[in-house]
Design a protein around this ligand. Structure first.
Ligand SMILES: [Zn+2]
Length: 114
């Protein structure tokens, strides 16, 4: 049983185009592919919005976490790049604690001596 996504016509045998209205039948794989695209677009929009202002802190936190993970993985250059992104956002937000933590993780200053 296959149902036309456009008109709801039901047929026993699969069709490429609905015999009732001529609309193309949507394959499950194609629907899945479209969902994936929408998800990726949504993520892009979320990141783009986050880069604006409201989500500066959570984006900075995400970059800090990323930097920490990269550093633990021994990827110091990539860690530093991520932490620089975090620092820039914390600074724009005036988050002194965040700046200090990210700078310490990046190795710019020691955590000790606070
Ligand atoms: Zn149809």
């Amino acid at each position: 049983m296959i149902t036309c996504p456009a008109c709801g016509h039901e047929a026993e045998t699969p069709f490429k185009f609905c015999p009732e209205c001529g609309a193309p039948a949507e394959s499950p794989a194609r629907a899945h592919e479209q969902r994936k695209v929408v998800t990726v677009l949504f993520c892009d929009i979320t990141v783009a919005l986050g880069a604006q202002t409201e989500m500066l802190t959570s984006t900075a936190d995400a970059f800090t976490d990323l930097g920490e993970v990269l550093r633990l993985a021994g990827k110091d250059d990539e860690a530093k790049a991520a932490l620089d992104e975090a620092i820039a956002r914390y600074e724009r937000k005036g988050n002194v604690v965040g700046v200090r933590r990210a700078r310490a993780l990046a190795g710019y200053e020691a955590l000790a001596g606070r």
